[in-house]
Design a protein. Structure first.
Length: 452
C-alpha cells in the first residue's frame, strides 16, 4: 500500500473535491457554519448602512481565513482539527471590525455591542464545555473497554495469528499502535515495517477506511491468510465503521461464513470475547476443505520458449506473456533464460486476464535476482484508481534469488473487467526475472464477496 501511495498524484483543490470535503463534514461543525452565517449577516447589515466604510474588508478577511483552512484540509489535515481555530479566528476578525464600525457609526450603543459580543463568546465557550464533558464521559467507558480488551489479547493471544480490524485512531492491540506510528515516519516507514514484520510475523490488518487486507506494508488477500493457519483469531474495534454493534458483528460472521456457503463447514467461528467497543473471534479452519473448495488453473512462464513470431513467451496454457525483447542468458533461476530489467527497460513480462469473476483468488509469484528491493508485481485494471496493487513482498529465498508474491481476491469492483498483471522495476541498478507464475482459484457459483 505504501508503494501505491507514492505513485498517486497529489489531489488538486477542484470544485468536485471541495464538494467532497464539505459533504464529509459532520454534524458537530454546524455551530461553526451557523455563526459564520450570523457574522455574514451582521457585516452585510453594516455595509449597507454605511456604504463608504471598510467593513467589506473585514468580511473579505473572514472569507480568506475560511478558504485558507479549506486548502489546508484538502492537502493534509482532518477538517475537525481546524474547527476551533476557524471559529476563534473568525470571531476575532469579525469582532475587531464589526465592533469598531457599530460603535463608530453609532449604529449600536456600546452596551448593546458588549451584550452581543459576550453572548456570542458565551455560545462558543458553552459549546466547547458541553463537548468536553460529553467526550470525557464517553472516553471513560471507551478507555475501560479498550484496556480490558488489551489485557485479554495480551494474556491469551500474544504471538498467535490474528487479523486486526481497527478504527482509524486505534484499537486494543499494541500491533496497530505500532502500525499507525510507522505510517507517520515518512521516508523511513518501510524500515520500521520490515522490523515489525519480523517481530509480528503472524499479524494482519483489515483497514475499513481503505478496504484492504495488509501484512504490515504489504497488500494480501484473505484466502492467502486463511491457507496458512488452522486456528486463527479476528479482533474488531466495534467503532471501526458507522455500523451498529450487531451489524458489525454480523458483517464479520457473513464474511467468514461465505466459505461455508458451498454445502460444507470450512471455517468454524466462535466469539470468545466482547466488551462495549471490542470483539474477538476464534476461527477453526479446515485446510483440506479450504484447498479443495477452489478449482485452480496455473499459468507458468519460464522465459524459455518464444512464440513463432518472437513477440511473446509461450506458457503451459493458451495464455502468452509479452516479450519486450529483454531476454537474457547471463543467469537464470531455472532453465537457460531469464528476463533482464534496468532503468532503460523497466517493464517486464505481463498478461491480461479476461472474464474476472467476483470470488476468484489470484496468486502471482516470480523469482528475481537483484541488489535492491525495487522490483514489483503489479495488478491493475484500466482505471487504476479503482484497483491497483504493486507488491514486492519476499515470500522465500533460494541462493541469491528471491520469490516475490502477490495475492488478491476479485470483488465486485473488478468483476467482468480485464486485469493487467506485469513486472515493474523502478530501481537504479538491474534485476533478472524468472519463472513467472499465476494461479487462479475459482469457487463454485457465488453471488459475490461480502465485505467486512
Amino acid at each position: 500500500m505504501l508503494e501505491i501511495m507514492a505513485r498517486e498524484p497529489k489531489k488538486l483543490l477542484t470544485l468536485t473535491y471541495l464538494r467532497e470535503i464539505l459533504k464529509n463534514i459532520q454534524y458537530r461543525n454546524i455551530l461553526f457554519y451557523s455563526l459564520s452565517v450570523f457574522y455574514f449577516y451582521r457585516n452585510v447589515f453594516v455595509f449597507h448602512q454605511k456604504k463608504q466604510d471598510k467593513t467589506f474588508l473585514f468580511f473579505l478577511a473572514i472569507v480568506i481565513v475560511f478558504t485558507f483552512q479549506i486548502v489546508l484540509t484538502a492537502k493534509h489535515f482532518a477538517f475537525r482539527y481546524l474547527i476551533p481555530s476557524m471559529m476563534l479566528t473568525t470571531y476575532v476578525i469579525y469582532e475587531s471590525g464589526a465592533t469598531y464600525h457599530l460603535y463608530y457609526y453609532k449604529l449600536f450603543s456600546a452596551r448593546r455591542i458588549k451584550i452581543l459580543s459576550y453572548t456570542t463568546l458565551a455560545i462558543i465557550l458553552g459549546f466547547g464545555l458541553a463537548s468536553l464533558i460529553r467526550h470525557n464521559i464517553k472516553y471513560k467507558f471507551y478507555r475501560e473497554s479498550r484496556m480490558d480488551a488489551y489485557h485479554f489479547i495480551e494474556e491469551n493471544l500474544h504471538g498467535k495469528p490474528i487479523l486486526i480490524i481497527p478504527n482509524y485512531f486505534g484499537s486494543s492491540t499494541l500491533a496497530y499502535s505500532l502500525y499507525l506510528s510507522a505510517v507517520w515516519t515518512g521516508e523511513y516507514r518501510n524500515l520500521y515495517f520490515e522490523r515489525l514484520n519480523q517481530l509480528y510475523p503472524d499479524t494482519y490488518f483489515y483497514l475499513p477506511f481503505t478496504e484492504k487486507y495488509q501484512k504490515w506494508n504489504y497488500d494480501i488477500s484473505l484466502p492467502d491468510i486463511f491457507t496458512k493457519y488452522k486456528d486463527f483469531y479476528v479482533y474488531g474495534a466495534l467503532d471501526a465503521t458507522d455500523a451498529k454493534e450487531e451489524d458489525f458483528n454480523q458483517k464479520i460472521r457473513n464474511r467468514i461464513n461465505y466459505y461455508n456457503s458451498f454445502g460444507q463447514t470450512v471455517i468454524g467461528i466462535k466469539r470468545i470475547y466482547q466488551s462495549a467497543y471490542d470483539v474477538v473471534y476464534k476461527l477453526s479452519i479446515d485446510q483440506d476443505k479450504l484447498h479443495h473448495l477452489y478449482h485452480y488453473e496455473e499459468i507458468k512462464c519460464d522465459m524459455e520458449n518464444l512464440s513463432k513470431d518472437s513477440t511473446c513467451f509461450e506458457t503451459n496454457t493458451k495464455y502468452k506473456f509479452n516479450y519486450n525483447n529483454n531476454r537474457s542468458n547471463s543467469t537464470s533461476f531455472s532453465g537457460k533464460y531469464s528476463q533482464f530489467l534496468d532503468q532503460g527497460h523497466p517493464w517486464g513480462s505481463g498478461i491480461t486476464l479476461d472474464n474476472v469473476k467476483s470470488g476468484n483468488y489470484y496468486e502471482i509469484t516470480l523469482w528475481k535476482k537483484s541488489s535492491d528491493k525495487n522490483c514489483f508485481i503489479v495488478a491493475t485494471i484500466e482505471n487504476s484508481n479503482d484497483f491497483y496493487i504493486a507488491c514486492n513482498y519476499v515470500n522465500q529465498v533460494k541462493n541469491e534469488w528471491e520469490q516475490l508474491k502477490l495475492t488478491f481476491e476479485a470483488d465486485k469492483k473488478i468483476e467482468n473487467k480485464q486485469v493487467h498483471i506485469y513486472i515493474w522495476y523502478n530501481g537504479k541498478d538491474h534485476a533478472f526475472i524468472d519463472d513467472f507464475q499465476i494461479a487462479i482459484g475459482t469457487l463454485p457459483a457465488t453471488n459475490g464477496i461480502p465485505a467486512f
